[in-house]
Design a protein around this ligand. Sequence first.
Ligand SMILES: CC(C)(COP(=O)(O)OP(=O)(O)OC[C@H]1O[C@@H](n2cnc3c(N)ncnc32)[C@H](O)[C@@H]1OP(=O)(O)O)[C@@H](O)C(=O)NCCC(=O)NCCS
Length: 171
Amino acid sequence: MPPIRIVLLTTSDQDDLLAFEQTNREFFAKAVGDRGDAFFAEFPRRLRSLVDENDQGRSLFFVIRDALDDVVGRVNLADIDTGEPELGYRIAEAAGGRGYATEAVRLAIRAAAAAGVRRVKAKATADNHASHQVLLANGFRRLDGGEPAHLDVDGRLLDAVHFEAQVGAPV
Ligand SMILES: CC(C)(COP(=O)(O)OP(=O)(O)OC[C@H]1O[C@@H](n2cnc3c(N)ncnc32)[C@H](O)[C@@H]1OP(=O)(O)O)[C@@H](O)C(=O)NCCC(=O)NCCS
């Protein structure tokens, strides 16, 4: 697998990240719903807010870059300060199937463990088998019951699967 690295977001990622989101907008919308025009119009302000959260140690928002330094994805651990952060990730359509999501999640979990996180939550729609594989390969276990059973993807209520991982132990 070609190497990737994850790097905490900074405001200098703005142009690369916006291009990544625009290029893959339709692809991501199918899996996790569209973020809406406001997301793109307000991109600089939203990015600053994520960078602030990184700087304050409240979240870990990463960009994923390949060996050519191109942005191929994002991986996030939101709200690490709550002690139960939620994991999210997305890989460019053109860079899919190369193990990037699996590796990026491994690196992000390692960073979270170093920041003192001990438990991470994640959720995916029931038909997102690639995403389930990413989580299972990183030591997540599927939770059944107790959590909302659906995810709202652009007004479509899709079956949800919830996962959690204890981190800090080797996976
Ligand atoms: C889901 C997603 C993150 C996978 O990224 P990726 O870099 O292609 O994933 P990987 O290459 O690490 O592959 C992970 C596993 O999924 C499998 N996989 C890849 N594409 C698949 C597909 N279309 N259907 C079923 N399995 C698939 C791979 O074979 C691999 O399994 P393995 O380790 O058992 O061989 C990416 O397609 C994506 O960003 N999709 C849109 C947004 C999204 O769904 N985000 C996750 C929200 S929970």
